[in-house]
Design a binder for this molecule. Structure first.
Ligand code: IMP
Ligand code: MG
Length: 180
């Protein structure tokens, strides 16, 4: 995979450091929650971030999942949105923390927010590892952001290009000639 990468944007050490501080921020917010916390990763991009983040949260929690696809394939622009699997488990009256890899156009999170609201949670917050501030819509609230990044296509640490590179440990930019 190394040879497909033109530049590492955020190293695994920087990610680990930020996930620790994010975990501390999030733990403070939910420290007094008596309603029950459910972490809701958006599959598939959130899987690595999820695994690291929840181990920085010394809180009693359940995990539910929701699976959406923006059908990018080899395109780096968003395509048709599909709900592959709605919210698993019962989140009614629970404190729900949505976890996603990246906030780009916001189409995915807007859809997830709608699905979650429809299920009647006690509260809803969102954590994203990355945000592209130049594209993210101002009216879409996210509560916790790992890093703001420039508007370019990135892979690694859960983020894919045509379903590859999710296991790349750093967040990186692919060589431009690989993007179709
Ligand atoms: P949005 O719906 O445009 O906000 O995009 C959200 C989803 O698109 C993310 O959950 C990712 O799966 C994917 N995505 C957006 N930008 C990137 C990127 O730079 N690299 C890889 N996937 C991305
Ligand atoms: Mg994705």
């Amino acid at each position: 995979m190394d040879r497909d990468v033109s530049r590492v944007l955020i190293t695994r050490e920087q990610i680990a450091q930020r996930v620790r501080t994010l975990g501390a921020e999030i733990s403070t917010v939910y420290a007094d929650s008596s309603r029950g916390l459910t972490i809701l990763p958006v599959l598939s991009g959130a899987i690595i971030f999820l695994a690291d983040l929840i181990r920085e949260l010394p809180l009693k929690m359940k995990i539910a999942v929701v699976h959406l696809s923006s059908y990018r394939g080899t395109a780096t622009d968003p395509g048709e949105m599909r709900v592959i699997h709605g919210v698993s488990g019962d989140i009614r009256d629970r404190d729900v923390l949505i976890v996603d890899d990246i906030l780009d156009t916001g189409n995915t999170l807007r859809r997830v927010h709608g699905l979650v609201r429809g299920a009647g949670p006690a509260s809803m917050r969102t954590a994203v590892l990355l945000r592209k501030p130049s594209k993210a819509p101002a009216d879409l609230a996210v509560d916790f952001v790992g890093f703001d990044v420039e508007d370019q296509f990135v892979v690694g640490y859960g983020l894919d290009y045509d379903d590859h590179y999710r296991n790349y440990p750093d967040i990186a930019v692919l060589r431009p000639e690989l993007l179709k």
